[in-house]
Design a protein around this ligand. Sequence first.
Ligand code: MLT
Length: 244
Amino acid sequence: MIINLTYYHVADHVPETNPDVAVVIDVLRATTTISWALKNGADSIQVFADLDLLKRSAMKWDTDKRLMLGERGGKKLEGFDLGNSPLSVTREIVNAKRLFMSTTNGTKSLKRVQNAKHLFAMGLPNRKAVAEKIMSLDIENVLILGSGWEGSYSLEDSLAAGALASYLNANCIFKINILNDELQAALALWKYWENDILKCLKTATHGKRLTSLGDYEDDLRCCSELDCLNIVPAQVERGVIRAS
Ligand code: MLT
């Protein structure tokens, strides 16, 4: 058997296909935050592009079972309970809650591939968990999608795409077919930075953007940790993600 891998930098590049598996990456920080929230007991995460729809949907849930998590331009949205920091989704705060979430780029990518048979969210902390999940499925085509920044390339998402492909190459019993140049480049990027992930995140434009907004050192560190979370965030109904 063969597993075909393709990688697209941003949602607008994805062709009209419904892949067997889609893996959405937003290293800084949406998919890292989603992974940590589920690790810390969040019941589920529902993603939205439209903020009014998010608020209306949240209001239908019991007050003590919901949290609104919103970010634009790296900053927390006014009136929301949380911004988009993986450090803010502690067990005390998120346990058993549904998180209604909207971010600048990450939730857009999640929506773009919501018709995939399997949809997973991945950051660097759960790279291995997602890769092992893919290997356990009887599937042929995996589409990896970064989130970028407002429609353009991001270094850190490509790094993680390369990290995923590299793990699959090294550990999968099936042949791994790298189908596009974007993923070849991502693999080369991973080889270049794999021993200094934090430096790569700090070099990236969005890493610099966060640093310019305040003290995001701990966020960057958290987002750069590799293979420390055994959590696979999976879409269970359109737009709703749970741990699997
Ligand atoms: C996004 O979705 O663009 C990001 O997660 C932004 C952020 O760092 O909060």
